[in-house]
Design a protein around this ligand. Sequence first.
Ligand code: NAD
Length: 333
Amino acid sequence: MTSIYISDPIHADVLADVQAAADVVHLGFGPEKVDYLAIADSVDGIILRTETFTREMIEASPKLKIIARHGVGTDNVDLAAASDNGVWVTVTPNANSNAVAEYVFALLLSAARKTGPAVELVRSKVWSDGKAGLVGFELSGRTLGIVGFGAIGRRVAAIGQGFGMNIIVSDPIAHSHDVAKTGAALVELETLLRESDVITVHAPLLPSTHHMISRHEIARMKKNAFIINTSRGGLIDEEALVEGLESGAIAGAALDVLEAESVDMKNPLQHNTLPLGSTAGLVVTPHIAGQTEDSLRAMGSMSWAEVRTVLDGVRPQYPVNADNIRITQAADA
Ligand code: NAD
């Protein structure tokens, strides 16, 4: 008997496929929501979106063989616990890279052209009188600094070039000749901070990248700089960002992710409690960058394919813990 746990909503067509193939499907959302620990002893495979998977949850799952991340970040899974317990952890590379990259420009254009305040103005029945406060800036000719030149960073570079932006990149594993082939230039982070008009972060959240943008980095940015984060909230020190916005050290921020991924009335970035003026260039959205009809279908079907592969006794296609997994179930591993 196959028992699958799905942590958060997935594409309806993929959910139907899982329900048709598995004996039991437990949902971690909606009216049939279960508490994972209550059903952990029966679960063979998991499709995981944003729920945090701890050592306790993994160790309570004696039959578990795979946690298939619906996406690419694995910061919500205790990878060491998964490896110690012979559980594969897989990702769905590239399935939402384009969705995130396009969304960077949705945020950037919205911040640069003040579309949010402009919409509010018309809703409040004002037309010409409010236009003076809605002067934006153009992307063409400006410098876009990309921190992290992986799947998403590369796609952002290509789109930025379409807008006529100069692209500079910082990434510890990138080679300058590879970056140069894309028309971008590899630079040190300090140079990127100093020269960029817009900075967008696409590094994974790791102990080494936690708060990689903090007071020191913000102090080096141009006063008219915008920073965009569609990666993980923990990459930016939010207290330092609030200070930077309040003091005018930078002009704005567009954030799809925050450290606390929930409503937090005390967070000035969420509730516009920053002094008037410093909110003009602030756009915050609730982690939707990777969420399109196309990407949800791709992430759902790729993660379900990984679950089926492992439950059939075969090595998954995109494991992240292949080097550390202690007991492998894969026939060919
Ligand atoms: P990727 O693995 O293809 O690329 C990440 C790049 O970051 C790598 O080239 C790596 O060398 C680089 N990097 C690591 N440490 C760095 C550092 N200190 N400075 C600069 N670069 C560094 O990953 P990706 O597919 O491009 O995704 C990037 C991140 O975006 C993911 O880890 C995930 O957290 C996030 N993401 C968010 C959403 C969303 O919906 N908001 C969706 C998908 C991915």
